[in-house]
Design a protein around this ligand. Sequence first.
Ligand SMILES: NC(=O)c1ccc[n+]([C@@H]2O[C@H](COP(=O)([O-])OP(=O)(O)OC[C@H]3O[C@@H](n4cnc5c(N)ncnc54)[C@H](O)[C@@H]3O)[C@@H](O)[C@H]2O)c1
Length: 359
Amino acid sequence: VLHVLDVSPPAAPPYPVLAGDDAAAAIVSRWDARWRLAVVIGDETTSPRFGAPIAAALEAAGTPALCLAFPAGEGHKTRASKEALEDAMLAAGVDRQCCVVAVGGGVPLDVAGYVAATYLRGVPHLNVATTLLAQVDAAIGGKTGVNTPAGKNLIGALHHPRAVLLDMAALAMLPATELKNGLAESVKHAVLADAAHFADLEAWARAREGLRPADAVIARSVAIKAAVVAADDRDGGRRDILNYGHTVAHAVEHATQHAIAHGHAVAIGMVVEARVAAAAGTFPEADLARLIALLTALELPTAPPCPFEAVEPYLARDKKAERGAIRCAIPRCIGDTPAEPDGRYTRVVQPEALRSAWR
Ligand SMILES: NC(=O)c1ccc[n+]([C@@H]2O[C@H](COP(=O)([O-])OP(=O)(O)OC[C@H]3O[C@@H](n4cnc5c(N)ncnc54)[C@H](O)[C@@H]3O)[C@@H](O)[C@H]2O)c1
């Protein structure tokens, strides 16, 4: 197992991010003897494929394991899924001497993490990330939660995992669409905070044979996310920069009823939001062209899939919106996202500016 780095949140104990091909062995070797029971939670794809071997290895090493699963997909990242998991844990008599092992992409990690955050007022959890998106983003930083019909991630808690394991073997089974979803977040990290990472992604995209990035590219993206979270793990501060592209992305996902996958929507959102800034003279046109070229080379979309009128109602319902004003986090150029003049990391964007960037 490779030790990638430690995440050091401002108000929670530091935790390691590990990467390896044998997730079960890695979990067993890091198991804390105080955790008498493992509650292994995945979706109906990741639970049998990646959760069951972990549970079996833990049991072989003397720790009983309860395996729970809920249906896969963003549509099941709900309070109903959380409740069903909790009821199963209560029925099984799970007490505080347990550890939740969340296994899968961002959906099961967010749901299982939220279960861990509130079960008996909080039990520890580990994140085993099996999608690229979860590896470079969702597994790190402690945000957990569920969607409601009113919007994405509106209910949740900040609850950092005790450790994060990047299951590198799982990536071999990941469909191309899911790889692209993760690549979009990796591009986002580069645009936000690391021009050298952006150049590396450009070089890799030119020479690539498939869509699975090199391990070093994944590690760099993990490091960027970990650095942002270490500075500030709550919304409203510098962590807000991670929302670049997401004001538009969430509205696109809503308007298309999730026909556009999250990372694809983020790609579109990054282009539209950068174009808004370019029109305002706060983002270089040349960087906008590089961004579009890189996303295109990664087979990601760069143009909105629907008319502006379709997303407009959702933009002001974003979590960052204040008193109906749309807010976006937008870098100043590739690699740098300083605070806005008022010290915040999001700015008000007029609907008209978004409308004219919508082409
Ligand atoms: N907590 C955070 O900080 C954070 C950050 C970014 C995104 N997210 C959340 O993450 C979610 C998206 O995550 P995602 O893209 O990983 O989606 P996901 O968890 O739904 O996974 C996508 C699909 O891939 C399947 N899958 C998972 N691993 C696989 C593998 N190795 N091989 C084959 N199939 C596999 C899943 O069953 C699912 O059908 C969103 O809900 C988003 O809000 C959270």
